[in-house]
Design a protein around this ligand. Structure first.
Ligand code: GRF
Length: 201
């Protein structure tokens, strides 16, 4: 079986990256070719190395977007990356970059899209008084947090939730959802995955 080389882009702790890497079992249609960060001291880079995955970083500060993306693309090409997973990658990619990788980039976002695009999703969910919240894996298009939905995981919002408790429960679901979606998506299954937090009251 030819396996697809996956590049994982991170900016921080890399817990979704670790979940993806740990999800690459022997019969997985992909393998982790590179973990890349725009933050050279991102904790996720050490975590990737400890998991035995090649890493690279380019500090975005001081570079304009075309220069940063050219450097990123050099690393992706050198590692033979065919598909990109954004996993807590906090830079917006240009329309040109996304067009070149059209149909080959996934992102995970901590809300049930199309609700709460952008930042501070958990606080905004609480503020809106929603009964359920969660996370979404979607194809990346030039519009932020848009693109066809490939999977969603749902949690119940409790009366005593804070943005922090919601973030923790959603993150646990992210770790279940992203590996599942990636393996199905690489195998050509595009119908969205639905997961529910079965520990919810
Ligand atoms: C996750 O909640 C992800 O959805 C969001 O940023 C967080 C990254 O966490 N975009 P980690 O770096 O994967 O631990």
């Amino acid at each position: 079986m030819t396996r697809t080389a996956v590049g994982i882009l991170i900016s921080g702790a890399g817990s979704n990256m670790a979940a993806l890497v740990n999800g690459f079992a022997a019969d997985h249609p992909g393998y982790p070719a590179l973990v890349f960060s725009n933050v050279p001291d991102a904790a996720g880079l050490e975590r990737a190395q400890a998991l035995g995955v090649a890493t690279a970083s380019v500090d975005h500060r001081g570079l304009d977007k075309p220069s940063f993306e050219a450097a990123l693309e050099q690393h992706l090409t050198a590692a033979g990356v065919e598909v990109i997973c954004l996993a807590g990658f906090m830079r917006l990619l240009s329309a040109e970059f996304v067009d070149r990788w059209a149909g080959r980039i996934l992102n995970i976002h901590p809300s049930l899209l199309p609700l709460f695009k952008g930042l501070n999703t958990h606080a905004r969910a609480l503020e809106a008084g929603v009964a359920v919240h969660g996370c979404t894996v979607h194809d990346v298009t030039a519009s932020m947090d848009d693109g066809p939905i490939r999977g969603q995981a749902v949690i119940r919002v409790r009366g005593d939730d804070t943005a922090q408790t919601l973030a923790e429960r959603v993150l646990r679901m992210e770790h279940q959802l992203y590996p599942k979606v990636l393996s199905r998506w690489l195998a050509g299954h595009l119908d969205p995955v639905a997961l529910f937090d079965d520990r919810a009251p």
